[in-house]
Design a protein around this ligand. Structure first.
Ligand code: PGA
Length: 239
């Protein structure tokens, strides 16, 4: 399992359903890693094998995993198959999976548990919608997501949490720095066990705001979607 404490910050590129072989080749030629940080590229699964991951600073992450371990489940990839292919991280419960693929907190919990069993670090995504934020439900929603989607065996060494307000994903909108700080503090204070967890922020992170977000005291890195597809932009973010 990757030793998270070795790194001052963690940056995850979530390519979503984007990229192809020539994009990948060009990206890796231009990618400039920063040896203080852990950089994780979550490409579509079919390209994970061709990523130059798993050196000391660069790792591969899947964007999802099956909740089943094996059997007649056409189209699925299990946690052990990811491990077999040297994948060290996996996003779980991203809001797009929750929204478009009906992923529930229970699914997220089971998937995370299977990943931990295989020594893969789940990146468990939580966050409120705009409507929930406007109704002052952020704390309640996050509490429920934390309680139900983070398995008991999760520790600060084998699990990452990503706070991604749904309304900030792909919209160019972000919470204020104070709001990000407050929510990260809330997550870390939810239970004594979460105090040492690394909590990443995601949602419209780009080169112009990544530094100030990442410098916040309770922020341990960023999860980047759209801006991670432009390698120069991503290089600036991780620099
Ligand atoms: P965004 O996406 O950076 O494009 O807002 C973040 C994510 O979906 O993880």
């Amino acid at each position: 399992m990757v030793i998270l404490d070795k790194y001052s910050s963690i940056f995850i590129a979530n390519w979503k359903l984007n990229g192809n072989s020539s994009f990948l080749k060009d990206y890796y030629e231009k990618l400039k890693l920063n040896s203080n940080n852990c950089t994780i590229i979550c490409s579509p699964s079919i390209y994970l094998k061709s990523l130059k991951g798993n050196n000391e600073y660069l790792f591969c992450g899947a964007q999802d995993v099956s909740s089943y371990k094996e059997g007649a489940y056409t189209g699925e990839l299990s946690a052990s198959m990811l491990k077999d292919n040297n994948i060290d991280f996996c996003l779980v419960g991203h809001s797009e999976r929750r929204q478009y693929f009906a992923e529930t907190n229970d699914n997220v919990n089971l998937k995370s548990s299977n990943l931990i069993e295989e020594n893969i670090i789940p990146v468990i995504c939580i966050g409120e919608t705009l409507e929930q934020k406007e109704n002052n439900l952020t704390e309640e929603i996050l509490s429920t997501q934390i309680k139900n989607s983070i398995p008991n065996e999760a520790t600060y060494q084998n699990t990452l949490i990503a706070y991604e307000p749904v309304w900030a994903i792909g919209t160019g909108l972000t919470p204020t720095l104070d709001e990000i700080s407050q929510v990260h503090e809330l997550i870390k204070n939810f239970d004594t066990k979460f105090k040492s967890f690394k909590v990443l922020y995601g949602g419209s992170v780009k080169s112009s705001n990544s530094k100030e977000i990442n410098e916040l005291s309770h922020v341990d890195g960023c999860l980047i979607g759209g801006a991670s597809l432009k390698v120069d932009e991503f290089n600036t973010i991780i620099s």
